[in-house]
Design a protein around this ligand. Structure first.
Ligand code: AMP
Length: 284
C-alpha cells in the first residue's frame, strides 16, 4: 500500500496507474475508520482495478472549533485496516497543503445545503463540496463511493458532480449499522456506555417507522410519529431534526407517493455528541 502526503508525489503515482489503463476508485474519509468506511472500499473494489482512500479531517467543514479538536484521529489503526482491506493507495494531506495561505476559492450549492445539517452547521457543506472538488481534481478517479449514512451530503455531491460536469461516477454505499442497530460513526467513540444505550432509541424509532411503512402507512404524521415517540421516551436525547423527505431534492413531504423514493432524515444529540441517521421508506 502506497501512502502519500504530498500532492505532486500522489499525482506522479496516479499517472502511472492511468498509463497502465487501470481504473481508479476513490473513497474520501476523515479517518477513525470503521466497518462503514471499509464497506465503501469493498464496494469500490468490486468495480475498479485500484482503490485510493483519502484521510483528511477537513477544517473547513467544522463550524465549531471544539468539534474539530475532539474529532477522533488514529492514523496507525486506519492504515492497518486499509492495508488489511487491500487498499492500493492512501492520501493523507495536511491542511496547509489543501488550504494554501490566502485560499479564497469555494464551491457552494444553492438549495440542497440549506436545511437539516446545513441549518445547524453554517458553512459545513461549503467546506464539504469544496474539499471534495479539490480531492476530485487531485485524484481524478473514475468513480467515488459515498455512504448513504450522510444522505444530504451524498445528494449534494451527486448534484455538484452533475452540475459542474466532474468526470467521475458517484456510487452509493449502504448505511452500515452495529449489531445493536446504531449507525456506525467515528463519533460513536465519544459515547459512554450509558449514552450509547440511550442512542439506540434512534435506530429503534427508525425501524418502527419503516415497519409502519411496510404495513401500508404513507403519512409523514404517522411515520414520524412513531419515530418521535421513541426519541421522546429517552430523556437523554435532544432532537435536532427529523423529517420525511423526497430523496431527490430533500424537500419535506407529507405523503410518500408511489415511485418517489422517500427517506426519514434525523440528527439527535446524546451527551454532547451529535448523531446522524436515516432510513429509506421502502418495504423491509
Ligand atoms: P467520514 O469519515 O465520516 O467523513 O465519512 C467518510 C465516508 O464514509 C462518507 O461517504 C460517509 O457517508 C461514509 N460513512 C460513514 N459512516 C458510514 C456508515 N455507517 N455506513 C456507510 N457509510 C458510512
Amino acid at each position: 500500500m502506497q501512502c502519500y502526503e504530498n500532492i505532486q508525489d500522489l499525482r506522479d503515482h496516479l499517472s502511472q496507474i492511468k498509463a497502465q489503463n487501470q481504473t481508479l476508485g476513490f473513497v474520501p474519509t476523515m479517518g477513525a475508520l470503521h466497518a462503514g468506511h471499509l464497506s465503501l472500499v469493498r464496494k469500490a473494489q468490486t468495480e475498479v482495478d485500484q482503490v485510493i482512500v483519502s484521510i483528511f479531517v477537513n477544517p473547513a467543514q467544522f463550524n465549531n472549533r471544539s468539534d474539530l479538536e475532539l474529532y477522533p484521529r488514529d492514523l496507525d489503526s486506519d492504515l492497518k485496516l486499509l492495508e488489511e482491506t487491500g487498499v492500493d493507495c492512501v492520501f493523507t494531506p495536511t491542511s496547509e497543503l489543501m488550504y494554501l495561505q490566502g485560499h479564497e476559492s469555494w464551491v457552494s450549492l444553492e438549495n440542497l445545503p440549506v436545511p437539516f445539517e446545513g441549518a445547524g452547521r453554517p458553512g459545513h457543506f461549503r467546506g464539504v463540496s469544496t474539499v471534495v472538488s479539490m480531492l476530485f481534481n487531485i485524484v481524478q478517479p473514475d468513480l467515488a463511493v459515498f455512504g448513504e449514512k450522510d444522505f444530504q451530503q451524498l445528494r449534494i455531491i451527486e448534484r455538484m458532480v452533475e452540475d459542474l460536469k466532474f468526470p467521475v461516477r458517484i456510487v452509493r454505499g449502504e448505511l452500515i449499522r452495529d449489531e445493536d442497530g446504531l449507525a456506525l460513526s467515528s463519533r460513536n467513540q465519544r459515547l459512554s456506555a450509558e449514552a450509547r444505550q440511550s442512542a439506540l432509541a434512534i435506530s429503534r424509532g427508525l425501524f418502527s417507522a419503516r415497519n409502519l411503512f411496510t404495513r401500508g402507512s404513507r403519512q409523514a404524521s404517522e411515520l414520524l410519529g412513531v419515530y418521535l415517540s421513541e426519541i421522546e421516551s429517552e430523556p437523554d436525547l435532544t432532537l435536532h431534526y427529523a423529517a420525511l423527505v423526497d430523496e431527490q431534492d430533500l424537500a419535506e413531504i407529507q405523503v410518500v407517493k408511489e415511485n418517489r423514493p422517500a427517506r426519514i432524515l434525523t440528527a439527535v444529540e446524546v451527551a454532547g455528541v451529535r448523531l446522524l441517521d436515516n432510513i429509506a421508506m421502502q418495504a423491509a
